[in-house]
Design a protein around this ligand. Structure first.
Ligand code: ATP
Ligand code: MG
Length: 571
C-alpha cells in the first residue's frame, strides 16, 4: 500500500472526549471514527487490525474443533419470551417492532437463537457433543458507553456455544475452549489472567473471565500472591479472622452526638472497627422489596454479590426520603430496637457479623447507638450470605497467603450454562436407552473489538501505538528519506516489492514530506518496523528501526525480508 493513496487522517491533538489511551491513540491514528455514543466506524487501518484479531480468533476456534456459523442480529421476541429473558434483560436490550407490529430484538447475545436451531435439528445422543461459534456484531444499549472500543453499544464478538449429553462432556469442552482462548490472547501478544467470575444475567453453574491487565481496566481482580487463586472482585472470597470470643451481654443505648460514620463511632467509643456493625438500606429495583444489609463496620458491601443473593438484576440504596418514610435515621440505623417486620424490611447478614460478640449498632434514634448487641440473640436474619467486598491485603481462603489486586479489562468470558436454556427452550435428545434427556450447554465469548483496544492499552508510548506484529495493520513502513533521490526511491521500491511478495503487510511512505514528519506518523500508527532508505542506499544498505526497542540496525537490502521475518517472531 502507498501512503499517498491510503485513506488515513492522523490527528495531532487529543480528541476531547477520549479518556483512555487506546481511545486517544486509535482516534489520533485515524483508525476509528465515532458515529454516535458507543458506536464507531472502522477506517482502513482500524479495520485491518480488527480483521487480524478476528483471524486469530477464527483459527483458534477452528483448531479447538468448533464450527463457524453466522446467525441473525434481528431476532423475534418469542424466543426471548420462551427463555424468560424478555423481562430480565432490561434497557440494555434494544427492542423494536417490525411493520406488522411484531416484537423483535437486536441480539445482545445468541443463546436463544442457537438453542432454537439445535433443538430442531438434533434429537439423538449420537449427534452430541457439538460446538459452534460465530463472529458477529452485537448490540447492547449500555448504560455508560465509554472508552472508545472498550464499552460500545455496537461491537464485534466471537460467541461460541456447545451442546452435550452430560456435564462431564461439558467440563471437557470448557477446558478445551479455555485453552483455545488462552492461545488467542497469547497470539495477540497480551498479558492476561484467567479469573473466577460472576455469571450475571446469563446464569449457569460457573464461569471464568479472561482479563487483560491494564490500569484503565473497569474491573478489579483479586489474586493470591502464593497460590493460583484469582477472581473478579465481584465474586472474590477471603478469610476473615473472628473477633475474640467473650461473654455475651445485654444491649444498652448510648448517646453518641453527631457520631454517624463508622470512623466517628470508633473514635468516640474507643472500640476497634471490627467490633462495630453497619446497616445499609437497599431496594430491589425489580420488586421494590427493601433490605437491611448488615456488615462489619470496616467492610464494604459488594453489590454484585448482593444482587445474586437477592436474585435480582439491580439494587440501589434507599434515598433520604425513602429512609424517612420508614422512620430510619441515616447514620443511626441498626437491626435492634425497631420492628423491621412491620416495616416489611428483610435482613441480610454477612457472615462477618455473625461472630462479633457484643457489637455496636445504630440505635434507630437520632444520635443514639446500641452497645453490646449480639446476632442470634438480639436479632436474626432472613438471609446469612457473603455480600462482602474483598480487598487486597486480606487472607486467601484457599492457602492462607496474601491477596493482591490489579485492574483488568474483561476480554473473554466462558460459562458452564448447564440446562438453563435447554430446559426453558426444551432442547432435548434421546439417550442410548431411548429416554428423553435435556442437553447440557456451555457458552463462550471473546470481545474482538475490545481485545483490539486492549492491545493498545498494553502497547504504547508517548509517540503512539506499538503494535505486536501479529495484529499490526501494517508490519513495515518503508520510508525513502528523500523521494527526489532516484537511488533511495529505487531501493525503497525494491524492498517494498520484496516484502509484498513475502506476504508481509507493508506500506511505502511515498509522500513528499520531511522524514521527521513521516516518522511521527509511523510511530503514532505503530508500525512494528520502519525501513529507511537513505544515505547508504547506493551501497544497498538501509536502516531498520524497531518500534518497541528504539533500536536501529543497518541491513543489506537483500536481507531485509529474512531479518524482518525473524524479528516478527519476537516483536
Ligand atoms: P461487561 O461486564 O464488560 O459488560 P459482559 O459480562 O456483559 O461484559 P459478556 O456478555 O460475557 O460480557 O460478553 C462477552 C465479551 O464481549 C466480553 O468478555 C467482552 O470482551 C465483550 N463485551 C461485552 N460488552 C461489551 C461492550 N459493551 N463493548 C465491547 N465489548 C464488549
Ligand atoms: Mg455487560
Amino acid at each position: 500500500m502507498r501512503f499517498s493513496k491510503y485513506y488515513v487522517k492522523t490527528l495531532k491533538e487529543t480528541p476531547k472526549e477520549a479518556e483512555v489511551i487506546s481511545h486517544i491513540l486509535m482516534m489520533r491514528a485515524g483508525m476509528i471514527k465515532k458515529l454516535a455514543s458507543g458506536i464507531y466506524s472502522y477506517l482502513p487501518l482500524g479495520y485491518k487490525a480488527l480483521r487480524k484479531v478476528e483471524k486469530i480468533v477464527r483459527e483458534e476456534m477452528d483448531r479447538a474443533g468448533s464450527q463457524e456459523i453466522f446467525m441473525p442480529v434481528l431476532q423475534p421476541a418469542e424466543l426471548w419470551k420462551e427463555s424468560g429473558r424478555w423481562n430480565v434483560m432490561g434497557p440494555e436490550m434494544v427492542r423494536l417492532k417490525d411493520r406488522h407490529q411484531r416484537d423483535f430484538v437486536l441480539g445482545p447475545t445468541h443463546e436463544e437463537v442457537i438453542t432454537d436451531i439445535i433443538r430442531n435439528d438434533i434429537s439423538s445422543y449420537k449427534s452430541l457433543p457439538i460446538s459452534l461459534y460465530q463472529i458477529q456484531t452485537k448490540v447492547r444499549d449500555e448504560r455508560r458507553p465509554r472508552f472508545g472500543l472498550m464499552r460500545c453499544r455496537e461491537f464485534l464478538m466471537e460467541d461460541g456455544y456447545s451442546f452435550h449429553a452430560n456435564t462431564q462432556c461439558l467440563d471437557k469442552e470448557f477446558e478445551n475452549i479455555k485453552a483455545g482462548y488462552s492461545r488467542i490472547f497469547e497470539r495477540c501478544g497480551l498479558t492476561f489472567r484467567i479469573v473466577e467470575a460472576d455469571s450475571g444475567a446469563i446464569g449457569g453453574s460457573g464461569s471464568q473471565e479472561f482479563h487483560v491487565l491494564a490500569e484503565s481496566g473497569e474491573d478489579e481482580i483479586i489474586f493470591c500472591e502464593s497460590c493460583n487463586y484469582a477472581a473478579n472482585v465481584e465474586t472474590a472470597k477471603s478469610e476473615v479472622s473472628n473477633a475474640e470470643p467473650m461473654e455475651l451481654k445485654k444491649p444498652f443505648m448510648m448517646h453518641t452526638p453527631n457520631v454517624a460514620k463508622i470512623d466517628d463511632v470508633v473514635n468516640f467509643l474507643k472500640i476497634p472497627a471490627n467490633r462495630t456493625v453497619k446497616a445499609m438500606m437497599y431496594k430491589d429495583m425489580v420488586t421494590d422489596e427493601v433490605y437491611m444489609v448488615l456488615i462489619r463496620g470496616d467492610f464494604e458491601v459488594n453489590e454484585t454479590k448482593l444482587k445474586n443473593v437477592i436474585n435480582t438484576l439491580d439494587v440501589t440504596m434507599l434515598n433520604d426520603e425513602e429512609l424517612n418514610n420508614l422512620d430510619l435515621i441515616k447514620g443511626f440505623i441498626g437491626p435492634y430496637g425497631t420492628d423491621l417486620k412491620s416495616k416489611n424490611i428483610k435482613v441480610i447478614v454477612d457472615p462477618s457479623v455473625v461472630s462479633i460478640p457484643n457489637h455496636t449498632a445504630g440505635g434507630n434514634q437520632l444520635d443514639m447507638h446500641y452497645i453490646d448487641v449480639n446476632y442470634g440473640v438480639d436479632y436474626t436474619a432472613d438471609i446469612v450470605a457473603d455480600i462482602r467486598n474483598v480487598k487486597k491485603g486480606e487472607t486467601c481462603s484457599k492457602c492462607g497467603g496474601t491477596l493482591s489486586s490489579a485492574r483488568g479489562i474483561e476480554c473473554g468470558h466462558i460459562f458452564k450454562l448447564g440446562t438453563k436454556y435447554s430446559e426453558a427452550l426444551k432442547a432435548t435428545y434421546l439417550d442410548e436407552n431411548g429416554i428423553s434427556q435435556t442437553m447440557v450447554m456451555g457458552c463462550y465469548g471473546v470481545g474482538v473489538s475490545r481485545t483490539l483496544a486492549s492491545s493498545v492499552e498494553q502497547n504504547n508510548d508517548a509517540n503512539g501505538i506499538i503494535w505486536p506484529s501479529a495484529i499490526a495493520p501494517f508490519v513495515v513502513d518503508v520510508i525513502p528519506a528523500t523521494i527526489k533521490d532516484a537511488t533511495q526511491m529505487e531501493v525503497a521500491e525494491e524492498i517494498y516489492n520484496a516484502l509484498n511478495a513475502a506476504n508481509i503487510d507493508v506500506m511505502i511512505d511515498d509522500r513528499d514530506e520531511r522524514t521527521g514528519f513521516k516518522f511521527k506518523d509511523a510511530d503514532l500508527i505503530g508500525f512494528p518496523f520502519k525501513v529507511v532508505s537513505g544515505k547508504r542506499a547506493n551501497e544497498g544498505i538501509v536502516e531498520l528501526k524497531i518500534r518497541r526497542t528504539g533500536e536501529t540496525l543497518e541491513v543489506n537490502k537483500v536481507d531485509i525480508v529474512s531479518t524482518i521475518k525473524e524479528l516478527m517472531k519476537k516483536y
